[in-house]
Design a protein around this ligand. Structure first.
Ligand SMILES: Nc1ncnc2c1ncn2[C@@H]1O[C@H](COP(=O)(O)OP(=O)(O)OP(=O)(O)O)[C@@H](O)[C@H]1O
Ligand SMILES: [Mg+2]
Length: 510
């Protein structure tokens, strides 16, 4: 390493009712990959927003020293001018625009008001090559997956001559392979002298690529661990994060599994835009009372498409097939009918589907189950408050009050609100699509406990997750999907990562 690039000292930042950062110190060496880790709400994103000028000078106290010089950034442009580029937790690309337009948005390749389209395309191609993306710059963002969108964000960062790259949970939405590619890219950047600050809840990958790890807890710096000097293990990091040992990652459960509650068969669907393209092929699966089933699959396998098409046909065209509850065929032709039939769906994409950001925690929680707090359509606001308070404390949503707007919560706590909202509808069949994405280890344990409690009450749980250890730890039975088809079904006692991977990949044909 060749000296310090960044020193943040005694950073304190408050929001109404919350001290998000309390005298935080962070020291980053030139050319290193520095991980920032801590529970949901610990202050990681806030610290990075202070660094990049999103929270401007004057709104916090403490000093930012970059390459030996004190910086008082008033906005993000000022930090970018010095080579600091931040990729936020929630991606900020515009879905309707092309990759090229997104990359050069606000930085158009133009003279005298005329955008040089050819130049834009050529430059975009070069940038995409650097991040290993082999698609046309003209493709719209909405037509590519999250993993590829993440790479476009990084290509965008590279278009700005980045010296210090900040990635706020870049791999939380990515599968194993895409995550690995992205981390390799960071290691490549390191060789070119680019410094990175990486925030992630995936401890294994952090340990693999980081040179140093700084742990935050409740807005305070706990410690900085250095590779090769300190003993760096998951246990050690978890202890620093949560302040205690966490020996079991999954709560114990003695399942009590009953009759089949929900079943679909011959379930097929076509792409919503390109209606010649079949997405789901004759899917058949069932889930019993008190059972937690998992659906494993690689990105593009059709898991979310299956879940959403079942949840009131909210995905896909020309959907055919039958759904049964307690052996009787049910109608789930729209979301209202699905909810009436006791089905709830916790979306993987909280921003687009699960959460109304400008509304309060309370309103978000009680929204889907409004009929429960209303009597003859008159809203019982006392009841609403009681319910929201109890769910907030039950799943430990970190917010000063239930009146806090969802948009002011940390990413992981937003996810808990989405979960809380559907738990509140008291569903019989709960579909959870990546329920712990972006959630810290301690809170994951709490969420697993809630899922187990629901199962123990006789509910049927369908869990989609890209993290195989999570499925193996939680599910009684796991189905695998590939290319829109169910390719395997494995009971808990027979399941392991190798078998699931085999069925999730091409091997299932053999
Ligand atoms: N704009 C805001 N207004 C009010 N409170 C905020 C705002 N931004 C963050 N907070 C609060 O500051 C604290 C730290 O939040 P922050 O987003 O930095 O957490 P985090 O460590 O990034 O968590 P996560 O892992 O969930 O993303 C939280 O209590 C959060 O609710
Ligand atoms: Mg965050």
């Amino acid at each position: 390493m060749s000296g310090t690039i960044l020193e943040m000292s005694e950073i304190t930042k408050s929001f109404p009712g919350v001290k998000a950062l309390d005298n935080v110190n962070l020291n980053v060496e030139k050319g290193e990959i520095h991980a920032l880790i801590g529970e949901n709400g610990a202050g990681k994103s806030t610290l990075m927003k202070v660094l990049s000028g999103v929270h401007p000078y004057g709104s916090y106290s403490g000093d930012i020293i970059l390459n030996g010089k004190k910086c008082d950034f008033k906005d993000i442009n000022q930090s970018e001018a010095l080579g600091i580029v931040i990729i936020h937790q929630e991606l900020a690309l515009i879905p309707e625009l092309s990759i090229a337009e997104n990359i050069f948005l606000g930085n158009e390749q133009a003279s005298r008001g005329i955008v040089h389209w050819n130049e834009t395309i050529t430059k975009t191609k070069e940038l995409l090559k650097k991040v290993g993306l082999n698609i046309s710059p003209k493709v719209q963002i909405k037509d590519i997956g999250v993993g590829q969108q993440q790479l476009v964000e990084i290509a965008k960062a590279l278009s700005k001559d980045v010296k210090l790259l900040i990635l706020d949970e870049p791999t939380s939405a990515l599968n194993e392979e895409d995550s690995q590619n992205l981390l390799n890219l960071l290691l490549d950047f390191k060789k070119q002298g680019i410094t990175s600050i990486l925030i992630s809840h995936k401890l294994k990958e952090l340990i693999k690529v980081s040179d140093r790890i700084t742990i935050l807890r409740d807005g305070k710096t706990i410690e900085t661990l250095t590779l090769d000097e300190d003993e760096i293990s998951e246990d050690r990091i978890i202890k620093g994060m949560v302040g205690r040992d966490l020996s079991n990652l999954f709560p114990v459960r003695n399942p009590n599994i009953g009759e089949v509650l929900f079943e679909v068969e011959n379930w097929s669907a076509y792409h919503p835009v390109n209606s010649d393209r079949q997405i789901l092929f004759d899917v058949k699966f069932n889930v019993r009372k008190g059972e937690i089933i998992g659906i494993a699959g690689l990105m593009g396998a059709g898991r979310t498409e299956l879940a959403m098409s079942i949840f009131g046909k909210s995905y896909g065209k020309k959907i055919t097939g039958k759904a049964y509850k307690n052996g009787v065929e049910i109608d789930i032709k729209n979301v209202g009918r699905a909810i009436e039939n006791g089905i709830a769906y916790v979306s993987e994409n909280r921003k687009e589907f699960g959460l109304i950001l400008i509304e309060s925690v309370k309103n978000n929680i009680t929204l889907a189950g409004l009929h429960q707090v209303s009597n003859n359509s008159i809203l019982n606001s006392n009841e609403e408050v009681k319910v929201a308070e109890s769910i907030k404390s039950k799943i430990n949503i970190k917010a000063p009050t239930i009146y806090q707007k969802a948009l002011n919560l940390s990413g992981g706590n937003q996810q808990k609100v989405v979960l809380g909202k559907w738990i509140y509808t008291d569903p019989e069949i709960l579909i959870l699509d990546e329920p712990t994405r972006g959630i810290d280890v301690g809170a994951k344990f709490e969420i697993y406990k809630i899922i187990n409690e629901l199962a123990d009450k006789g509910k049927s749980i369908i869990m989609i997750s890209s993290e195989l250890p999570e499925l193996l730890g939680m599910c009684d039975r796991i189905y695998t999907m590939a290319e829109g088809k169910i390719t395997g079904e494995v009971n808990k006692q027979d399941a392991n990562q190798e078998i699931l991977m085999k069925y999730m990949t091409e091997d299932w044909r053999a």
